[in-house]
Design a protein around this ligand. Structure first.
Ligand SMILES: Cc1ncc(COP(=O)(O)O)c(C=O)c1O
Length: 387
């Protein structure tokens, strides 16, 4: 089976973990600092301004990173406040809002990029809006400058969980908004097993987050408030340092494989805004609603049948993402029941992800192409009989 994704490790990662164990230093030491420096340097290399300096704070997950952003939003996020979140994404950004007792206001996405539509966001802003969480969906940059132009006093949080290595107009994802986050979950461009990072040019905010992630401790024994234990361990960070060293090579391989597959099969692949470079963290397309054939009128049935057929043919395809308005915790908010999300519905019901990871061979890509060519026409009703 050609896997949807696989971490890209070598013996070096195993050796690095043994070294950490032998050192006896397991938390918040030199490896965490080195990992943070490696990410910072990478972002400077991609065009992040060096003045004021960029702060990179390693934390235990991408979800925790978002929670720390919301905990330090300049005007605060509390009960009665609203935070705008795309209607299609992994639930973390919306959950982080609910966990502050605020309302996650879901907004529909753009049909090409699947990112927050600035036009829809403009319609959803209210005097209660405190922040916008702009997700760089599957590594495609969100239109952060257009969102910024809508409101200057709203915290613009860029959820770049999937977007390490992507850029928009010469600036790196993760550093496009007031504050940004990465995830290092195994499905992401680099992985530390679990892990995340917060990025910001705002030094006082970075200082608050540095304390918050460490039980609210600014320096040893000096507590400035209540905070979780959101630290990343030295074991995770040791993996991160090695992963960063091969990031450019991994991105180049992802881009080459994505180009080969996308060019060979005519499907509605995810698009990108003008001025973007994309890391291709996930390679996905949206199936149209079939007008004929065995799944006529039922996009979801066509998608599920295609995913099953690809898997039976040795290609681990999967569904793309989740419609937050269909999850109970968001549907329960009145503010989301009066809204409609036609693009999010289409992306979620018709979305298919196909294998893409740097360990794939050219032969693997050819199999993915051949199986897509073989099965997609049947799923959309252009061929009546399954090949
Ligand atoms: C857009 C997005 N935000 C946040 C997260 C959460 O990251 P983590 O799994 O590291 O908590 C993920 C994925 O896992 C994600 O895809």
């Amino acid at each position: 089976m050609i896997r949807l994704t696989r971490p890209y490790f070598s013996d070096a990662e195993a050796a690095a973990l043994s070294e950490v164990l032998a050192s006896g230093m397991l938390i918040q030491g030199a490896r965490v600092a080195a990992f943070e420096a490696a990410v910072r340097d990478h972002l400077y290399g991609l065009g992040a301004p060096a003045t004021p300096g960029l702060h990179a704070l390693a934390v235990s997950s991408g979800t925790t990173a978002l929670e720390l952003c919301l905990a330090t939003t300049p005007r605060g996020v509390a009960a009665g406040d609203e935070v705008i979140v795309p209607a299609v994404t992994w639930p973390s950004p919306g959950n982080a809002v609910l966990l502050r007792n605020a309302d996650a206001v879901l907004v529909d996405v753009d049909p090409v990029t699947w990112n927050l539509s600035p036009h829809e966001v403009a319609r959803a802003l209210t005097p209660r809006t405190r922040a916008i969480i702009a997700v760089d969906q599957f590594g495609v940059p969100a239109e952060v400058p257009a969102l910024r132009a809508l409101a200057s006093d709203i915290d613009l949080i860029e959820d770049a969980a999937c977007a390490l290595g992507s850029t928009l107009h010469g600036a790196p994802c993760g550093a496009l908004g007031d504050i940004g986050t990465y995830s290092f979950h195994p499905r992401k461009v680099i992985t530390t097993g679990e892990g995340g990072m917060v990025l910001t040019h705002d030094a006082p905010r970075a200082e608050r987050i540095a304390a918050l992630r460490n039980h609210g401790q600014r320096s040893v024994g000096v507590f400035v408030g209540a905070g979780p234990n959101a630290r990343l361990s030295e074991l995770h960070a040791a993996l991160g340092v090695l992963q960063m060293a091969k990031l450019d090579a991994m991105l180049a391989r992802r881009r080459a494989l994505a180009a080969a597959i996308r060019d060979a099969v005519a499907l509605a692949w995810q698009g990108a805004p003008a001025g973007a470079t994309v890391n291709h963290q996930t390679l996905g397309f949206v199936l149209p609603t079939p007008t004929a054939g065995p799944f006529a009128g039922d996009r979801r049935a066509a998608r599920d049948a295609l995913v099953a057929a690809l898997r039976e043919s040795g290609v681990e395809a999967g569904i793309l993402s989740y419609a937050l308005h269909r999850l109970p915790q968001f549907a329960a908010l009145g503010v989301n029941n009066v809204r409609r999300f036609p693009v999010a519905d289409a992306v979620v019901d018709g979305g298919v992800a196909v294998p893409l990871h740097p360990g794939m061979s050219d032969g693997d890509a050819e199999v993915v192409i051949a199986q897509l060519q073989r099965h997609a026409a049947w799923a959309v009703g252009e061929r009546a009989v399954r090949p």
